[in-house]
Design a protein around this ligand. Structure first.
Ligand SMILES: [Fe+2]
Length: 212
């Protein structure tokens, strides 16, 4: 994939957003959504080593973590018919479908010993942007909506999500289990090589004007 500069521009845009100072969650979700929409509009930048499925379960590849852990960027890869556990994030998250088609299901925790209540259910095609957070609804799962193709979506979180202590849920019983997702990769994509003479570049490296 030759257009890795798209990820560089996204990271530069996100960093600029937070460097503006304190902003509300609504502002962050709106601005991040616009940057993420631009990023997933083109499936020509994600190196294939960050899009490989696992035979048994989904994969979460860290693409970038802000040095101050104000946000992290992850590619989530689901093999054919695979499904993530029902989980929360305890921070805001936006996801954008880069490749394939995903099935989103949202839930509400009704208490230990009580079945989880489904509050949302829909299909997201390529380019679809989803938002979750503790304030707008945090508990959900994502599955691959296609039986024979891998899906890839790009997720942006309001923290270093792989190290956060959060939860998985058992649907029939509402059991809440401690969960730390980690990351499945040990190296990160080097988008700093995306410069004139190496790869196509927009030149300035900026992702356009800040959106809030
Ligand atoms: Fe999630």
């Amino acid at each position: 994939m030759k257009n890795l500069w798209r990820l560089r521009d996204f990271v530069v845009g996100m960093t600029g957003l937070f460097d503006k100072g304190a902003v509300t969650e609504v502002d962050v979700l709106r601005a991040t959504g616009r940057l993420l929409s631009a990023l997933v509009a083109h499936d020509d930048w994600l190196p294939e080593e960050f899009a490989k499925p696992h035979a048994a379960h989904h994969q979460e590849y860290l693409l970038h973590c802000d040095p101050l852990e104000r946000f992290s960027v992850v590619s989530v890869v689901l093999g054919p018919s695979q499904k993530m556990p029902v989980h929360d994030h305890l921070t805001w998250c936006l996801s954008g479908v880069l490749r394939g088609m995903e099935h989103f299901e949202e839930y509400r925790h009704e208490g230990e010993g009580r079945p989880m209540l489904k509050t949302g259910d829909h299909i997201g095609p390529q380019g679809e942007i989803e938002a979750v957070s503790p304030s707008i609804g945090d508990i959900h799962t994502i599955s691959n909506a296609m039986p024979y193709r891998t899906t890839v979506s790009i997720h942006v979180f309001g923290a270093n999500i792989g190290v956060m202590k959060r939860h998985k849920f058992v649907l029939p019983t509402g059991e809440k289990q401690d969960y730390v997702s980690g990351y499945c990769n040990t190296v990160l994509p080097n988008f700093w090589n995306a410069s004139p003479g190496h790869q196509p570049s927009r030149g300035s490296g900026m992702a356009g004007p800040l959106l809030i």
